[in-house]
Design a protein around this ligand. Structure first.
Ligand SMILES: C[S@@+](CC[C@H](N)C(=O)[O-])C[C@H]1O[C@@H](n2cnc3c(N)ncnc32)[C@H](O)[C@@H]1O
Length: 137
């Protein structure tokens, strides 16, 4: 029996999460069960604890809708964010508005950030990747 509290899963053609097309399909269908539609409270607290300190260079790979990147940019932190799915990047740009320049469409494994990242923040990026890629990280 289907669970009425869970959204119906559309029929997807791409089953390879290593390919941008896999994610494109899901963003296109707005089927993003991982998307929290906001910034985690713990993330806000972590940033607030560092108020008054020199902010670190932050890289956020696999940003999806880029809520945390927007938050950091609005706090004045140096942040760059990437995603390899064109539809994810479009969602990020929409979210980021005037800060849209901080997002790039690029594969994490080919990316050379314009700064030396002090911190890398990720949320459901690593766990969305097939384990056979982990040794490349
Ligand atoms: C599960 S989603 C998480 C999105 C976002 N971090 C969040 O928490 O809402 C995983 C994201 O990682 C991106 N991604 C997966 N592999 C990637 C890679 N090799 N390079 C860049 N982005 C990648 C996907 O396009 C997708 O947007």
């Amino acid at each position: 029996m289907s669970d009425p509290t869970r959204p119906a899963v559309p029929s997807f053609g791409n089953r390879d999460p290593n390919s941008p097309g896999f994610w494109d399909e899901r963003f296109k269908e707005q089927f993003m069960p991982w998307d929290q539609a906001g910034v985690p409270e713990g993330f806000r607290a972590f940033v607030a604890e560092r108020d008054g300190q020199t902010p670190p260079n932050v890289l956020i790979p696999g940003c999806g809708s880029a809520y945390e990147a927007l938050y950091l940019a609005e706090c004045g932190w140096p942040v760059r964010t990437i995603d390899f799915s064109p539809n994810a990047v479009a969602a990020a740009r929409e979210q980021l508005g005037a800060h849209g320049g901080i997002v790039e469409q690029v594969d994490f494994f080919a990316y050379e950030p314009p700064f030396a990242p002090d911190w890398v923040y990720e949320r459901t990026f690593l766990c969305a990747m097939l384990k056979d890629r982990w040794q490349e990280l």
